[in-house]
Design a protein around this ligand. Structure first.
Ligand code: PBG
Length: 323
């Protein structure tokens, strides 16, 4: 036997030399849930170790995470029902919970990179990402609302906007609007291939944002499709997206690889709430080693071609890499 692959596995040093991919805290984005009030830090039942923070607590959390090396945060708002309406008007209220928080975070910690979410669902009384009329999710009318939301977020100081709504044409619409208003330096990380997935349930619990009727299958992608992801990616690329995201991650590693092979801008993977919950739930029962399962799953996303990973494990990973 002239070729013995096991030689490259014979010691930790050799294994490290032969290692093809690495995980770094620099590649991680930590999603955070914001809620109204003060001194609130409420754990989400289906996401052990993940909380809804009031602004004061979120500022502390961001500070702690920055010291651990996490630099980018994706903030999502929990909006009380009485502020929701069918037009998601609260989403561009400059004095509302979310925009006030983004402004405060950027004022107090300008070096924190803040990503915001552009979609109607947290503010919509219908719980959908777009405007609903007669049971239908309207595309072009939604763009106008997303535009107001995105501009307000850019004005509040957001570094990266994350359109997660899957309306057609939204990246181009937002890019043109931002540029026209002078926000040429605000980035867009597009939820490019976002699938109609069963893995978003804990997130919808966290935000109380589940759709009030039907599902999201007329705008989010069919899990059976991969070639269609290339169409979405081509459009987002042409429309000016700076990053292309695949979501969820674990069941869609082939899509991450496909986009990475076909586009030269960085690919992001969203390791979603249900993926986090699966590992946490089985680890709590002692059925898998949670730490190793986390590292293996995150590495699978890197190996598939994700440069960036949005993950609820970010802080845990950062703490672990400190040891
Ligand atoms: C909605 C949005 C969702 C997530 C991020 N933005 C849920 C949905 O599409 O219903 C899910 C993230 C997660 O599950 O971690 N705009």
């Amino acid at each position: 036997m002239l070729r013995r692959p096991r030689r490259n596995r014979k010691s930790p040093v050799i294994r490290a030399l032969a290692e093809e991919n690495t995980l770094s805290v620099n590649d991680l984005i930590f999603p955070l849930f914001l809620t109204a009030g003060e001194k609130k830090k409420v754990e989400i039942g289906s996401m052990p170790g993940i909380y809804r923070f009031s602004l004061d607590q979120m500022l502390e959390e961001i500070h702690t995470c920055m010291e651990l090396g996490i630099k980018t945060f994706d903030v999502f708002p929990h909006i009380p029902d009485d502020l929701k309406d069918s037009y998601a008007k609260e989403s561009y209220n400059p004095d509302g919970l979310y925009l006030n928080a983004i402004r405060t975070i950027k004022e107090q910690m300008p070096e924190a990179c803040i990503m915001t979410d552009v979609a109607m669902d947290p503010y919509s009384s219908d719980g959908h990402d777009g405007l609903v009329k007669n049971g239908e999710i309207l595309n072009d009318e939604t763009l106008e609302i997303l535009g107001k939301m995105a501009l307000a977020q850019a004005q509040a100081g957001a570094d990266i906007l994350g359109p997660s709504d899957m309306m057609d044409g939204r990246v181009g619409y937002l890019r043109e609007l931002l540029d026209k208003k002078g926000f040429t330096n605000v980035s867009i990380m597009s939820y490019t291939a976002k699938y109609a997935s069963a893995f978003y349930v804990p997130f919808r619990d966290a935000l109380d944002s589940a759709p009030k009727f039907g599902d999201k299958k007329t705008y989010q992608m069919n899990p059976a499709n991969s070639r269609e992801a290339l169409i979405e990616a081509e459009l987002d690329y042409q429309e000016g997206a700076d990053f292309l995201m695949v979501k969820p991650a674990l069941a869609y590693l082939d899509i991450i690889k496909l986009l990475n092979q076909n586009f030269d801008i960085p690919i992001a993977a969203y390791n979603v709430s249900g993926e986090y919950a699966m590992i946490k739930a089985s680890a709590q029962r002692g059925w898998v080693d949670g730490e190793r399962a986390m590292l293996e799953c995150l590495m699978s996303m890197k190996r598939a071609g994700a440069k960036i990973i949005l993950t609820y494990f970010a802080k845990e990973f950062a703490l672990l890499s400190r040891k």
